[in-house]
Design a protein around this ligand. Structure first.
Ligand code: ZN
Ligand code: ZN
Length: 601
């Protein structure tokens, strides 16, 4: 029986999209999505020269009969969309049915497929069916697309550099594998295995296959729910961050989507735990009733809107914060030799413009079956920070514990780094960063207190501004008044500050007030009191912190360490730098080659 139906013209036009075959990645995407729709549990993607020579997709799905196999390449054929309503459930590329025909028109296609009975073999060149015959009886489909654009003069124009093509395809398959941990994926390029997952359904194993064991060890499981959403997944510890947002993967009901608001809220949740311009690695699954999402079908990307966006963002934010605030985050100095990471391997392809052939670069084969021990690591699998929100309130299960261990200072290096120890090993604390963190938490607390007292200035401070600055300042004067500053206009474009809140550091009042006003003037757009308080607290915490190259006494060091241990996040300064690093006794022994062959006497 033919599964594929001819769509009606209207529907075809509705989903028709211009750029059907633009990149190799689009072809891979189309073929692989067909394999997924065919209920495959194993999908192999084999590329030659990043797909520019050949793309082969082998699956073990339900396959097609002879009629379907031929029909699959005709325009407007599709097995997935039967009526317009299906469009709203359609979560793949918006041009299904068109795509295979378009791909076949500009390449050589070899299709072997079998639905369990008789195998079919179809050969198509430039859109023309050349041969239809019997094929293997192996259930599933093997489709080979070669010489993409061989019959169009604009061939080269379509192809980006091989490296870009390969990077796009890898990115796509990585994310797909994260969203479908039950499918066993293999991605190969010229015999180099780029990705191999085991199809066991374990997302952490997929993360390990993509990012390696070191990253997988530093992923924290998360879980949270409210009446509309259920979220789960893995997020990296704050010490793991990348320069690109691309490693923040959001999956809605099993499909990878992109949403800037979600990415922003994830990154904000890490604020002050890592530098703001670096991004975590996250895989967040969102389960939601499909009726409250609105999928915007676009041929190249998947955007999604939620009708109850606010509660979703709040849930994500609280869940991430619960997972990262409640643990020991001191990065341990790793003295193991790091294996080269995939992303650091460079493809030197630009020189091979005429004959695109990827140089053989030995890819590190992902270790599969993976080392099970990381899945039982005490840092990892055991604590799931579950956030449960009902209509009115939310609670974070689990009690708050102290995660920064006790330690005792033994000295100071360069007036900058405190050396401390306990029975487990040695710690190095950046005294400026540590002090900054302590100040920051004090300032934030003080600024959030509505009953904070104010002090009159003995000599009121007069500040002058340009006209446009003065206008902005006048409009926002209530922000300063809420912080217990007493301010009055004074002549042309000037103000006079008569009193200030008691938390303002003594000594440099004028300079600090100027800085605070500068924050108002430079964040006209997108101003929020929360962000303002944040910036003011960060700025003042730095000003008030001990400068580097200041010698402090052992007692002062002890007091600082105690203060730091009482912080909500003792592990980072408000700018996201680490305050403390750790060498275990074992690491020290290894560094001095004491362990193993040379016993300590
Ligand atoms: Zn600083
Ligand atoms: Zn800092």
């Amino acid at each position: 029986m033919a599964v594929i139906k001819i769509m009606d013209e209207l529907l075809a036009n509705k989903i028709a999209a211009g750029e059907v075959v633009e990149k190799c990645a689009s072809v891979v995407k189309e073929l692989v999505e067909n394999s997924i729709d065919a209920k495959s549990t194993e999908i192999k993607v084999e590329l030659e020269d990043a797909g520019t020579r050949q793309i082969k997709v082998i699956d073990n799905g339900k396959g097609m009969d002879k009629d379907d196999a031929i029909l699959a390449f005709s325009r407007h054929a599709t097995s997935k969309i039967k009526d317009e309503d299906d469009l709203y459930r359609l979560t793949t590329l918006g041009f299904r049915g068109e795509a295979l025909a378009s791909i076949a028109a500009v390449s050589k296609v070899d299709l072997k497929t079998c639905n369990g009975d008789i195998g079919t073999h179809v050969i198509i060149n430039g859109g023309e069916i050349k041969e239809v015959g019997l094929g293997d009886a192996r259930k599933g489909t093997t489709i080979t697309v070669s010489e993409l654009f061989y019959n169009t003069p604009a061939r080269l124009k379509h192809m980006k550099s091989l490296y870009t093509e390969l990077a796009n395809i890898t990115d796509y398959i990585n994310k797909l594998a994260l969203s479908k941990p039950n499918i066993r994926f293999t991605l190969k390029n010229n015999d180099n295995i780029i990705l191999r997952t085991d199809g066991s359904g374990n997302t952490l194993k997929v993360i390990q296959s993509i990012y390696g064991t070191d990253v997988a060890r530093k992923m924290v499981p998360i879980k949270g729910e409210n009446p509309d959403y259920e979220i789960s997944g893995y997020i990296s510890l704050p010490e793991v961050h990348r320069s690109s947002r691309n490693n923040m993967v959001t999956i809605v009901n099993g499909r990878v989507v992109r949403n800037i608001d979600i990415n922003r809220i994830i990154n904000d949740a890490y604020h002050s735990y890592k530098p703001d311009n670096r991004y975590p690695i996250t895989v967040i699954n969102i389960e939601v009733d499909p009726s409250i999402i609105d999928v915007n079908i676009h041929p190249t990307k998947m955007d999604i809107k939620f009708s109850k966006m606010d509660t979703l963002l709040e849930l994500i934010s609280l869940t991430i914060k619960a997972a990262i605030t409640d643990r020991n985050l001191i990065p341990e100095v790793s003295i193991r030799k790091e294996k080269p990471k995939k992303e650091e391997l460079r493809f030197d392809l630009e020189r091979h413009t005429n004959v695109p052939k990827i140089e053989e670069i030995p890819f590190q084969e992902p270790e599969i079956p993976v080392n099970e021990s990381i899945f039982e690591d005490e840092n990892n699998g055991d604590i799931v920070h579950e956030v449960v929100m009902d209509e009115e309130n939310y609670q974070i299960k689990e009690e708050k514990k102290e995660f920064m261990p006790e330690m005792y200072p033994v000295g100071l290096v360069h007036g900058t780094y405190i050396i401390a120890q306990n029975e487990k090993g040695m710690y190095i604390i950046d005294q400026h960063a540590a002090k900054e963190r302590c100040n920051y938490e004090k300032f934030k607390k003080a600024m959030g207190n509505p009953n904070i007292a104010s002090t009159d200035l003995l000599f009121p401070i007069t500040l002058e501004f340009s006209t446009d600055e003065f206008i902005i300042l006048k409009e926002n004067i209530n922000i300063l008044e809420n912080l217990k500053f007493k301010i009055e206009p004074f002549g042309i474009n000037s103000i006079i500050v008569k009193s200030h809140p008691t938390w303002l550091p003594k000594g440099n009042e004028e300079q600090t007030i100027r800085k605070i006003i500068e924050i108002i003037l430079t964040t006209k757009k997108d101003f929020s009191i929360e962000k303002f308080n944040e910036k003011v607290a960060t700025m003042m915490s730095c000003k008030k912190a001990i400068k580097a190259n200041t010698n402090i006494t052992l007692e002062e060091m002890e007091a600082l360490i105690t203060d730091l241990r009482n912080c909500k996040n003792p592990f980072n300064c408000p700018h996201g730098r680490p305050t403390i690093i750790y060498y275990s006794n074992y690491d020290l022994e290894k560094l001095f080659k004491r362990s193993g062959f040379d016993t300590i006497k």
